[in-house]
Design a protein around this ligand. Structure first.
Ligand code: PLP
Length: 409
């Protein structure tokens, strides 16, 4: 047994090097390993590769930008043309009026940025005591301390010491707890953070009226509403943002992943008027927050090319087909008594396994059948395929799950 020099994220450090699957190339919704075995990428890698793999147009655009200016920082007085163009696009595409875009290299950095901007806004308004963050059970908001603290997956928080304080955790579906939090602490709540569709927690679309009520409560109590759209942003529900899909306008939106389809790391925050009017008010105020790679021009060029592909190939129009074939296929397995339940919306779905079946075991059996899906917890298998996936490939995802259920039951 040998040990990989690479300490893998979200993996067992004790795992042997032989246990890892080495992915060597990809095209569309397919990837291949180093034995030339083909897999359907049922999770768009890690919920991000919306335009599919092997896009030479993005590679070419990145190479051209690298040849001219690989990067130059955007702190203080510096800017670059790709970051201005990308920000202009996102500000126009996001349903947050008159927004501006702060950029990061990841979803976790985007979440921490949004949380800091929320507290900053209230503090500049003269209310530093308004510092409570409200998060939801089962939420995933990344792994840096802000997002780690706001999330609602306790296993991720274990052993990492004191977290950001104060955070109030509320039920993900039942509004009574949110209303109680506002009734008890309304004057102290800085922001509510919510994934419109909870992804990494197991794929939970919002209960009817939930997001609308969050908006009402935040508005009534002067708190900011943050939508964490790191998975849902850039097309997962067939719109640029889930906020559009659900018709609820937050004060900030975090995004990452599909903004470049993962070709280069990039994320950010759509920052709305409620924050901007405060941080722009004093001409001498300096926003002392930013990452070395905030506004990386090559990452922004990858994003712009990714956006061009999404538009030119009308890829959002593929989302109903994913819902029909994947969501419909999972529904059939539920009807046949093979699954306990299925959940999802648009291009993101999950299957709840019968008791006694372990999700990682089912995942491995699916791998043997040429499909990559993600096990979540003990009993959920998640799907979030590239938007370019074909109908036949979607049906193969369902067949592989059914075959894996047969093999492991
Ligand atoms: C909703 C949500 N927020 C934040 C993150 C963290 O993003 P990253 O892994 O890029 O830091 C993720 C990652 O899956 C996510 O799904």
């Amino acid at each position: 047994m040998s040990r990989s020099p690479f300490l893998h994220p979200f993996a067992r450090p004790a795992a042997a090097a032989e246990e890892f699957v080495t992915i060597v190339r990809g095209e569309g919704a397919l990837v291949w390993d180093d034995t030339d075995r083909e897999y359907i990428d049922g999770l768009a890698s890690l919920w991000y590769c919306n335009v599919g793999h092997g896009r030479f147009a993005i590679a070419d655009a990145v190479a051209s930008q690298m040849a001219v200016l690989e990067n130059y920082n955007t702190f203080d007085i510096f800017t670059n043309e790709p970051v201005e163009r990308f920000s202009a696009f996102v500000a126009a595409a996001a349903p947050v009026p008159d927004s501006r875009i702060f950029l990061t290299s990841s979803g976790s950095e985007a979440v921490d940025t949004a949380l800091k901007l929320a507290r900053l806004t209230h503090s500049l308004r003269g209310h530093p005591e308004r510092n409570v963050i409200v998060g939801r059970h089962n939420a995933y908001h990344g792994v840096t301390y802000g997002g780690l603290s706001a999330q609602g997956l306790p296993l991720n928080q274990e052993h990492f010491g004191p977290l950001l304080d104060p955070v109030i955790r509320v039920d993900s579906h039942d509004l009574a707890e949110v209303e109680a939090a506002f009734a008890d602490h309304g004057e102290r709540i800085a922001a509510v953070i919510a994934e419109p569709v909870q992804g990494a927690g197991g794929v939970y679309p919002p209960a009817p009226g939930y997001l609308e009520r969050l908006r009402e409560l935040c508005t009534a109590h002067g708190a900011l509403l943050i939508f964490d759209e790191v998975i849902t942003g850039f097309g997962r529900l067939g719109a640029w943002f889930a906020a559009d899909h659900y018709g609820v306008i937050p004060d900030m939106i975090t995004f990452a992943k599909a903004c470049t389809s993962g070709y280069l790391p990039l994320g950010g925050v759509v920052v709305g008027e409620a924050v901007l009017e405060v941080i722009e008010a004093d001409p001498a105020f300096i926003l002392r927050h930013g990452f070395t790679y905030s506004g990386h021009p090559t990452a922004c060029v990858a994003a712009l090319e990714n956006i061009a592909i999404l538009i030119e190939e009308d890829l959002f129009a593929r989302v109903p087909a994913i819902a029909e074939h994947l969501g419909g296929g999972l529904a059939r397995l539920v009807d046949a008594g093979r699954l306990v339940a299925h959940r999802g919306v648009g291009g993101i779905w999950s299957a709840v396994l019968p008791e006694g079946l372990a999700a990682p075991v089912v995942r491995n059996a699916m791998l043997e059948r040429g499909v990559i899906a993600r096990p979540i917890g003990a009993s959920v298998i998640a799907f979030c395929p590239p938007l370019v996936i074909t109908d036949a490939q979607l049906l193969r995802c369902v067949d592989a799950l059914e075959g894996a259920l047969d093999a492991t039951s």
